[in-house]
Design a protein around this ligand. Structure first.
Ligand code: AMP
Length: 302
């Protein structure tokens, strides 16, 4: 006879109910995991949730499309919202609690405090999306203070975000361990993203250039290319060759600081951002060249 596990998923919009459920779990000796998301859940999110399920006894998924991390001309209103199917997905992977707060719960009219991680907020994504990381940092601190997890899970897909959150938790003594989980891709390499639903079939084809540019960087660097500017330029050209793609940046950086590399390092991260039609996409790839000497890394964050 097979065991049928009945679902125990709970859903709440209220901070007090999250606290009560987490308190009860802690009383039982549970380890608490938290996966912050903006919903429209896909396999990328699920990989984080499965990792949390494997390491923790009580798993909280937060679903909140955070208005403060969207710029005025960005896609906050159009961002996909699919709560009912998200809940089905959460039930399937045995999430214990979904926290889906209203805007007023996270940002009461009287709220006056923001969190700004100074150095990392202004480079790369921060340069193209002013204020974005202030919104991310502020909401993540709130969510981690509400849930108070032992471990919080983030995706490598948003490389700069996970690094910024690590700095934030260190600087503000947030007692959560931060886990970064690998990027989940379609079989052809396109990184899963809630924004991929906006792509037309032609744009979807063009969007493959992001992973193409990252793979090119990896191939060049592992084959011994020593001129980083050549690599950056080849990545840019690879993107520009795709119809409808407008490049924001292509770069190679130190994964610990995001300082631009001036020559190959033993560990590097290649990062790209581009608009494909009206949809802005980002992606990155960690690249190891164990023979590279990394003693001369620039450090813009110092
Ligand atoms: P979002 O809902 O876009 O805010 O993403 C919630 C979390 O899922 C973030 O930590 C993302 O980095 C992570 N994530 C998004 N896409 C992927 C992916 N393709 N692979 C792994 N993690 C992802």
């Amino acid at each position: 006879m097979s065991l049928i596990k009945s679902s125990t998923l709970s859903l709440t919009e209220r901070i007090a109910e999250v606290r009560a459920a987490v308190f009860a779990a802690r009383q039982r000796g549970d380890r608490i995991g938290c996966v912050p998301t903006m919903g429209a859940l896909h396999e990328g999110h699920l990989s984080l949730i499965r990792q949390a399920r494997a390491e923790c006894d009580f798993v909280v998924v937060t679903i909140f499309v955070n208005p403060t991390q969207f710029g005025d001309r960005e896609d906050f209103a159009a961002y996909p919202r699919e709560l009912l199917s998200d809940l089905d997905v959460c039930r399937d992977v045995e999430v214990d609690l979904v926290f889906n707060p209203a805007n007023e719960t996270i940002y009461p009219a009287s709220s006056a405090t923001i969190v700004d991680v100074e150095d990392l907020s202004t480079v790369l994504e921060g340069k193209y999306r002013p204020g974005h990381f202030r919104g991310v940092a502020t909401v993540v601190v709130k969510l981690l203070n509400i849930v108070q997890p032992d471990i919080a899970y983030f995706g490598q897909k948003d490389f700069q975000q996970q690094l910024l959150i690590r700095h934030l938790c260190r600087d503000l003594c947030v007692p959560a361990e931060i886990r970064t989980c690998p990027t989940v891709r379609e079989p052809d390499g396109l990184a899963l993203s809630s924004r991929n639903v906006f792509l037309t079939a032609d744009e979807r084809e063009s969007a493959l250039a992001l992973f193409g540019a990252l793979s090119l960087a990896r191939d060049l660097l592992t084959a011994g290319e020593s001129d980083i500017d050549v690599v950056r330029q080849r990545m840019r050209t690879r993107l520009e060759e795709s119809p409808g793609v407008q490049v924001d940046y292509t770069t190679i950086a130190d994964p610990a600081t995001l300082a631009e590399a001036s020559k190959p390092l033993s560990e590097m991260v290649a990062l790209v951002a581009a608009r494909v039609g009206a949809t802005r996409l980002i992606d990155n790839l960690l690249i190891s060249v164990p023979s590279a000497d990394d003693s001369s890394a620039d450090d813009r964050s110092s």
